[in-house]
Design a protein around this ligand. Structure first.
Ligand code: FAD
Length: 248
């Protein structure tokens, strides 16, 4: 059990469509914004563990996670049903390379997300460290419905605090919403509407694209960026423009 520490739920906020934010107090090792941890519970003497990205900045002592309750899922349903003061296990160490240190030199950092995949970017933006090297930051959050955009007020505050450096956009696939784009990320890149709306181009000489969330969204976005914007996957030792984190 050395790898785990006990965490206490200090708050849980539930939204429509089974999305929830869970706030945990736990004394874990330092992590880097953009990383994920493992959360676990013990049920019938068996440990059930899954990966979750931090949404809080790494200097915040309360750990925050944004999770989708999956009715047939093993862990998310257990977490959804926890109450304030409930205990759970959280990994002492954190993991992952979806962090700024791994992003090569570029002028514009594009952060594409779907659903709960917005988490690592909020951690990075809330922390606001090592972002001076970028001229522009762009946060795109895609969801099926506007009611799933449970971080819009946080995102708006971040945008205001970055004084024009951070551009943000909601993409909603199933509804017409004023101020948001309707459709899917790949199609909106294909028809040029996304870049026109943001006012910046996905130029491979200037841009790096991080993509996080749904594997189908990641695949279709990657494909269009490679095919139409001349971008390449970024690997640790081979410089490219696309970095991604799949949630399943
Ligand atoms: C690096 C990493 C970070 C992650 N961070 C988060 C996070 O911050 N928030 C979060 O909700 N999940 C996150 N996940 C997914 C998470 O680890 C679990 O897979 C998820 O909570 C489902 O667990 P479960 O035991 O309830 O269901 P499982 O039995 O493990 O999964 C059932 C099915 O649900 C689907 N699914 C899994 N995750 C999601 C999701 N987020 N949205 C929609 N469908 C999904 C998949 O089809 C999966 O096969 C992350 C995964 C990885 C690998």
């Amino acid at each position: 059990m050395d790898n785990w520490v006990i965490g206490k739920v200090v708050n849980i906020e539930k939204y429509s469509n089974k999305l929830f934010k869970i706030f945990i107090k736990a004394y874990i090792n330092n992590f880097i914004s953009g990383q994920f941890t493992k959360i676990a519970i013990i049920k019938k003497k068996k440990i059930i563990q899954r990966a979750y990205s931090f949404v809080n900045a790494s200097n915040n002592l309360i750990l925050e996670f944004y999770i989708l309750f999956i009715s047939h899922g093993k862990l998310s349903r257990e977490l959804f049903n926890l109450k304030i003061n409930s205990k759970l296990l959280i990994s002492r160490k954190s993991f992952g390379f979806f962090i700024l240190k791994e992003i090569p030199y570029c002028e514009i950092l594009w952060m594409f997300s779907s659903g709960t995949g917005v988490g690592p970017y909020l951690s990075i933006l809330r922390e606001n460290k090592n972002l001076e090297r970028f001229k522009n930051l762009v946060l795109i959050h895609s969801n099926k419905f506007i009611k799933n955009c449970n971080y819009n007020s946080v995102i708006k505050n971040l945008r205001d605090n970055y004084y024009g450096k951070l551009r943000v956009l909601n993409i909603i696939s199933q509804e017409n919403i004023y101020g948001a784009l309707k459709g899917r990320i790949n199609n909106l890149i294909y028809n040029g509407i996304l870049e026109k709306t943001i006012g910046l181009g996905l130029d491979y000489r200037k841009s790096h694209v991080m993509i996080c969330g749904n594997p189908l969204m990641i695949k279709s976005t990657k494909e269009i960026l490679i095919k139409l914007r001349n971008m390449k996957k970024h690997l640790h030792y081979i410089k490219g423009n696309i970095t991604f984190e799949r949630y399943w």
